[in-house]
Design a protein around this ligand. Sequence first.
Ligand code: NAD
Ligand code: MG
Length: 409
Amino acid sequence: MTIQTTTNPVRGRAAADVRTISVLGATGSIGTSTIDLILRNPRRYRVAAVTANSNAAALARLARSVDAKFAAVADPNAYRELKDALGNSGIEAAAGENALVEAALHPADWVMAAISGATGLKPTLAAVERGAMVGLANKECLVCAGALFMRRAAHSKATVLPVDSEHNALFQAMASGRRDEVRRVVITASGGPFRTWSKDAIAGATREQALKHPNWSMGAKITIDSASMMNKGLEIIEAHHLFALPSEQIDVLVHPQSIVHGMVEFLDGSFVAQLGPPDMRVPIAHCLSWPDRLPDAAARLDWTKVTSLAFEQPDLDRFPALRLARQALEAGGAASTVLNAANEVAVAAFLAERLHFAGIAGLVEAAMDAAEGRGLTKEPATIDEALAIDHNSRQIASELLPGIAAKAS
Ligand code: NAD
Ligand code: MG
């Protein structure tokens, strides 16, 4: 286990130390929030490498703004544009899958893993394996290959810091007691845009409706996951790996105000919770400057505007994705890897308007059944195995997609 909750080995570093940072997925929602914090704290941080998928112009702009050393796009076709946009800035340009790994290997004390999807697994593991401090936003890589990921982190003595707001809350709350004194943890969910909708209305929800999150501003994939509540399911699996907790010690409560992000219940009946505004810059800052606190990461919470904090049980009938994720965690083996891959295919199809909303969970469930039937059951022991199961599951989901899409919503 690499998360330090009671001792802070680097606490003794001088406050004036400059931390070098690389940002994988720099052009995304988490990436740009990270860059915002870095730009506002130029004495604390220096940027080594930044990456993006294919938006060369945006990446070049960001790389120039922080005076990065290295900028990489995943898409080889975007190389020329990146190179031209970087001009004579002295920033090295690179492209392709290996360039993302190269970015992760660039000398930097701290790496933000904010690529979206299982495609972030390889570069994130590259940072972990060289023993870096890794701010982990990319939950899909834990859902795809969590056991393997945490084993590698323990071996390399990398420090994995949870950026996801609920897990960051648990990380902060855990410091109030010993691990063997934890009875259970609770992660909260906003409930998303369909919290009060009927099952039938949810089934036919449009892309536009699903992309309208009430509290958080995020990338498209996680916004759809929040609407289906698959996001909370992925987060149960994420918590299992990060904190070495079994499924029955990880609970979910719907909390529409998104102010209490997570709580730890200790054996004596005490609950210790972390609260804050629904702004990812707070958990990002906590990880970025850990074990110190970064002042003024986000606008402060105005308690006179918080009129109530409500909690309710999630409804597994209206949000079957949450049930499927719990089922995958409890089944073990390759089930979470399959779940994640099928969900990525389903969300992409929904965003492309090739699948109705209810079809997301429908496709995931069908793909999980089919994968089991085809013997895709063994937990991946290596990255190659994880990526092969991921690939095969995507293929299964793609084959099943037309049939599920044709079913009436
Ligand atoms: P986003 O879609 O806004 O950004 C994703 C980033 O990854 C972009 O820089 C994009 O260029 C890059 N990327 C996408 N596909 C890629 C590929 N195939 N190869 C290389 N790079 C690729 O997503 P986001 O909302 O910033 O989320 C990033 C990760 O953080 C996700 O795993 C998400 O679940 C997690 N997360 C996000 C939030 C949030 O508030 N946005 C909160 C918690 C966790
Ligand atoms: Mg979250």
